[in-house]
Design a binder for this molecule. Structure first.
Ligand code: ASP
Length: 331
């Protein structure tokens, strides 16, 4: 137990009624005031922003990444909590995890009910996040997500409920720890690839788009992304990663132009796999698309973004992306 820094970014946990709907507007101190602080933990708040997370940009996420690294430059800090909107929490948490080169825990949390709700879930989630961030037992576990009594690895964890309190899960894996009677019960250590360096500051940020396949889908939107200058496109395919021969041709042409194409699926759990031809993952992989294992669309996009931010040239980016997907076995 020790010193934890809370970086406040907004979300429902910081939201109040605006006259027509809820939106984030509270500062971190107001959010912290709702929660019980675990015994032995001291807390300092950094107010980075207060926005609904659907509005976040890559620039905002990189500002968060840099703030975490700046805070961790202080050896007196034992861990970090990031309060964040749940809508895109899985994206920011995974971005930070890919670039996290420090044993100290960074724990994301948020809420499904707003700041002033009578029986809100924010206070408990924030308490659990503070407990996890201050815990030596979670050192070396990377970036985590504390929600509804569970601690999840950032990698693979997605929002699985629009309204219910148990909003996060890894549909293809298990939680890292539980919080039972105010105590952490740790089950295992997440698998993580070697951390990437921090992206250089101030550079032009790459456009990375996402296109979903469906019955009657044609390559029009995929090609529009390429024409718009996308340096990467995530194809959210059907089943184990399948589309049509026309989409395969579009992927092949995009890859030939140096666009990084990642292949994921609309299905909630399980890996993409090379099983089907006639437009399936067999052909998409042959056309140069990188299969993204069990990463869902938002995190596949973050993997493409991080590859594009840290490697130059098509081959280097492709191998960087492959390295981010093939996480080694847990230590
Ligand atoms: N709209 C909210 C957001 O900022 C949802 C939430 O935080 O639960 O993502």
């Amino acid at each position: 137990m020790g010193q934890v820094v809370v970086i406040s970014t907004g979300g429902t946990i910081a939201s109040r009624w605006q006259g027509s709907g809820f939106a984030a507007d509270a500062r971190g101190g107001d959010v912290l005031a709702t929660a019980a602080v675990p015994e032995g933990v001291s807390v300092r708040v950094v107010d980075l922003m207060s926005v609904n997370s659907a509005r976040l940009t890559t620039r905002d996420q990189l500002a968060l990444l840099r703030t975490v690294h700046e805070v961790l430059a202080d050896p007196a800090v034992d861990g970090i909590v990031v309060t964040h909107g749940t809508d895109t929490l899985e994206e920011s948490a995974f971005l930070l995890d890919l670039h996290h080169d420090d044993p100290r825990p960074v724990v994301f949390t948020g809420a499904q009910l707003p700041l002033e709700a009578a029986d809100g879930d924010g206070p408990r989630n924030l308490h659990d996040a503070l407990l996890a961030a201050g815990s030596a037992a979670l050192r070396g576990h990377g970036v985590l997500v504390a929600f509804d009594g569970r601690i999840h690895a950032a990698r693979g964890t997605i929002k699985v409920q629009t309204l219910a309190a148990d909003a996060f899960a890894d549909p293809s894996g298990n939680p890292v720890a539980d919080v039972k009677d105010g105590r952490l019960v740790v089950h295992g250590r997440p698998e993580r690839p070697a951390p990437l360096p921090l992206p250089a500051a101030g550079e032009d940020l790459p456009r990375i788009d996402m296109v979903m396949h469906h019955c009657d889908g044609d390559p029009l939107l995929f090609n529009a992304a390429v024409e718009a200058g996308a340096q990467g496109v995530v194809l959210v395919a059907t089943g184990a990663g399948n589309a049509t021969p026309e989409v395969v041709a579009a992927v092949e042409a995009a890859v030939a132009r140096g666009v990084l194409v990642a292949l994921t699926t609309r299905v909630p759990s399980g890996p993409v796999a090379e099983i089907y031809t006639h437009g399936g993952a067999v052909d998409l992989a042959a056309a140069g698309a990188v299969l993204t294992g069990t990463l869902r669309a938002g995190q596949a996009r973050i993997a493409v973004l991080s590859a594009a931010l840290t490697a130059a040239g098509t081959d280097e980016r492709t191998s960087a992306l492959r390295g981010l997907i093939a996480a080694p076995a847990a230590a």
